[in-house]
Design a protein around this ligand. Structure first.
Ligand SMILES: Nc1ncnc2c1ncn2[C@@H]1O[C@H](COP(=O)(O)OP(=O)(O)OP(=O)(O)O)[C@@H](O)[C@H]1O
Ligand SMILES: [Mg+2]
Length: 231
């Protein structure tokens, strides 16, 4: 479904943030991308979202060459993908309900559809009683749940999350992970960059470990991350 073929990204001369990446992701997979700060995790995600283009190589999404998507077709491409960020990125002047409605209006959903779907996703993330709250009236974990609801409401084929639990305590992180797990069980492909060793080790899914822009390891399932070596 998603293919990186010999992908490199050079931001500045002679420095490749990712190098010669070959990665194939099947529909329905749950994939963790791990590695130290600066290893290239976010770069890989930005390449897939076409926020940046590779310096070399090709990226395919359902046989479509991502690097060749025209500007006018970009919104249509990104509609297939929901994303969740570490810092939630909710619109502060809109309520929870309005934040999600706004994401739906962007892709021209009917108001009937909006009224029907929002209660469904809010209930999925356990926030039915917060529809009228503003983001600054919510805890970090609640804000992240709103951002997940917003990402899934349009039923994307793929959810990409960059450090979605980066700002959350372990207990809240584990609740957020349960939601991602549910979403994956329904058939959505989940790709998640994370620093959280405990989460990766608990879930035992496919783990791709990056080091200095290279794939150090690709464990198909049952993947774990070890304690960093003391050297
Ligand atoms: N826009 C940019 N211009 C120049 N260099 C960049 C740019 N973005 C990232 N880099 C460099 O590319 C490398 C990989 O960065 P990236 O953000 O992909 O790492 P990461 O694995 O996501 O790290 P973190 O865990 O800290 O989020 C780093 O050395 C970073 O400094
Ligand atoms: Mg990053």
């Amino acid at each position: 479904m998603i293919e990186f073929n010999n992908v490199s990204k050079i931001y500045k001369k002679d420095f490749a943030a990712v190098k010669n990446i070959n990665l194939h992701i099947e529909a329905g997979e749950f994939l963790f991308i791990v590695g130290k700060s600066g290893a290239g995790k976010s770069t890989l995600i930005k390449l897939l979202l076409k926020e940046i283009n590779p310096t070399e190589g090709s990226i395919k999404y359902n046989e479509q060459d991502v690097t060749k998507i025209r500007k006018r077709n970009l919104a249509e491409y990104r509609r297939k993908i929901g994303f969740v960020f570490q810092d939630y990125r909710l619109l502060p002047r809109l309520t929870v309900y309005e934040n999600i409605a706004f994401a739906m209006e962007m892709i021209c959903c009917s108001s009937k559809n909006i009224r029907r779907e929002i209660p469904v996703v809010l209930s999925m993330v356990g926030l039915s009683d917060k529809a009228k709250s503003y983001p600054d009236e919510l805890s970090g974990g609640e804000q992240q749940r709103v951002s997940i609801a917003r990402a899934v409401v349009n039923r994307p084929e793929t959810i990409i999350a960059d450090e979605p639990t980066g700002n959350l305590d372990p207990e809240t992180s584990s609740e957020i992970m349960k939601i991602f797990n549910e979403i994956n069980k329904r058939g959505t492909t989940v790709i998640m960059a994370t620093h959280d060793r405990e989460i990766v080790n608990n879930y035992q899914r496919r783990v791709v470990e990056l080091k200095n822009g290279l794939i150090l390891r690709d464990t198909k399932s049952g993947g774990r991350v070890n304690e960093p070596k003391k050297d």
